[in-house]
Design a binder for this molecule. Structure first.
Ligand SMILES: Cc1cc2nc3c(=O)[nH]c(=O)nc-3n(C[C@H](O)[C@H](O)[C@H](O)COP(=O)(O)OP(=O)(O)OC[C@H]3O[C@@H](n4cnc5c(N)ncnc54)[C@H](O)[C@@H]3O)c2cc1C
Length: 467
């Protein structure tokens, strides 16, 4: 049993920026970070060598380890409070924007590229917005600082070393299995050595759970068990779309990332673009429950001939069913089943024609999949009707803004799932209803992006440093 002032579970951006900001505020508190995965310099996805996802156990190196889902991510820092989560609903737009601006300076201090994408050509932005309005879409302006996958790793390595040099203890290869909560007070965390299976208890005045999307299921279980106030949130179900760079050239150059939102008929649900990767690569992530989901990233220096972007539809449930994570998982499992555990890919034209895509048909197109082990097949056999209809309606609208987007050869990958569910109830000081317990980042349900998760960490760090 060991005692600390602050115990942080998860070394993703929200967890590490909590510790970093405490140090910057000259806090003398004793801080420990518990991380399931490896130090950032030891994280390596075997796919780079094998060309194929080997479903690493006990965890996936893409999403687990120091810097969390961020290290191997594209490292696109969205600098507008309207992008990356719902924290402004809790803390107000001005507070969140000023924290994003501050957090951006910290990223710069650790070597982020000084260039900002999406602000250099306001006249062209106006033209794109005009087309979006004609198509019934909203264009959200969002300046982006692009770290790039390989640069992001160096930056987070420098942060890791800085934290260690300033006395933060980081326990790698341990996962938190439970929290010590009695009479509505949280006093510690139970951790397990993933190598030996031995457990230990860490005591702390403040326990910060920052376990990311991967930890969302686990945290939901804890909320039920320990009566941590929470509410079911939203889940996003969609596809990742891949086209040739020529098709996206204009929006890539002018905006880098086109954040478009629409409400296509007949359902009028919110549908949006997310995580656009010019010259990028489609990738596969594996969750602990063996769910294979699609994602995308891009490197700063290595470019493909394609651009990929997610199209996501938000789903809410109320009564009698209120488990969005379970719903999305079923959609993912069904899709995985059709693709033999891999990612499914289908041409847009085949979807409209009501037929599956065959491997040989993929070879006939201009666009070649950047994820070689995706399996050609039929996404529509697993995608709920409502989501599929939304996606088709949105792609048709996108075609006005980006001519060629709705081409026969456009590739749709599935399942693209974003689990933001289980929103932990918190006050504006980031306290839960359990004294001493705070929840941050993507697992709290309040963020869904690198910058907002990092900014939430900064806010937490300031509160804890001052307590
Ligand atoms: C491939 C990919 C690309 C992305 N690209 C972008 C992008 O370009 N821009 C953007 O804004 N966002 C991007 N994201 C999303 C972004 O990475 C996340 O929003 C962000 O990392 C969330 O930060 P977090 O601190 O909340 O959680 P995470 O980064 O997920 O970190 C959580 C950490 O907690 C650890 N953990 C989980 N459970 C436990 C446990 N029980 N015990 C101990 N440790 C635990 C995990 O191993 C992980 O390291 C991307 C995500 C992925 C997967």
């Amino acid at each position: 049993m060991k005692n600390y002032d602050v115990v942080i579970i998860g070394a993703g951006p929200s967890g590490i920026f909590t510790a970093l900001e405490m140090i910057k505020q000259a806090s003398q508190k004793k801080i420990i970070i518990v991380e399931k995965g490896s130090p950032v310099e030891k994280r390596a996805c075997p796919k780079a060598k094998t060309g194929k996802c080997v479903n690493c156990k006990p965890y996936c190196h893409i999403t687990t380890g120091f810097s969390g889902a961020g290290a191997f991510s594209d490292g696109k820092l969205s600098l507008n409070y309207e992008v990356g989560g719902d924290l402004p609903q809790l803390l107000g737009a001005d507070t969140v924007q000023s924290m994003i601006d501050y957090t951006d300076t910290v990223y710069l201090e650790f070597g982020a590229d000084t260039k900002i994408e999406g602000v250099s050509n306001p006249e062209k932005v106006k033209e794109i917005r005009k087309k979006a309005i004609t198509a019934g879409l909203k264009l959200v302006d969002c300046p982006i600082r692009h770290l790039g996958t390989e640069k992001a790793q160096q930056l987070y390595y420098d942060i890791e070393q800085y934290l260690i040099a300033h006395g933060v203890e980081i326990l790698f290869g341990y996962d938190c299995t439970d929290l010590v909560i009695r009479d509505n007070v949280c006093t510690g965390a139970i951790i397990r050595d993933l190598g030996t299976g031995q457990t230990d208890t860490l005591h702390g005045t403040d326990i910060v759970v920052a376990t990311g999307r991967k930890g969302a299921d686990w945290l939901e279980g804890l909320c039920e068990e320990h009566e941590i106030a929470h509410q079911p949130g939203t889940v996003d179900i969609g596809v990742r779309v891949e086209v040739r760079n020529e098709i996206m050239e204009e929006v890539n150059e002018v905006l880098y990332e086109s954040k478009l939102i629409g409400y296509p008929a007949p359902f009028k649900n919110k549908v949006r673009t997310f995580c656009q990767n010019p010259g990028g690569f489609v990738s596969q992530e594996n969750y602990d429950n063996n769910l294979a989901v699609v994602n995308g990233h891009s490197y700063k220096d290595i470019k493909s001939s394609n651009t990929n972007v997610a199209i996501l539809c938000s789903h809410n449930f109320t009564y009698p069913f209120n488990q969005p994570i379970a719903y999305a998982q079923k959609v993912g499992e069904l899709t995985n089943m059709l693709a033999n555990g891999q990612i499914l890919v289908q041409r847009y034209g085949d979807i409209l024609d009501g037929k599956r895509t065959w491997e040989k048909e993929l070879a006939q197109s201009n666009v070649r999949p950047t994820i070689p082990d995706a399996v050609a097949g039929d996404i529509t056999a697993a995608m709920p009707y409502r989501a599929m209809t939304n996606i088709i309606g949105f792609i048709k609208a996108m075609d006005y803004v980006v001519p060629g987007f709705a081409s026969t050869e456009t590739l749709l990958y599935s399942p693209e799932l974003k689990f933001y569910s289980n929103r932990v109830r918190m006050d504006t000081d980031l306290n839960t209803n359990i004294q001493g317990l705070h929840c941050l980042g993507d697992s709290s349900g309040w963020t869904r992006g690198l910058m907002m998760a990092s900014a939430m960490g900064v806010i937490m760090g300031r509160k804890l440093a001052g307590r």
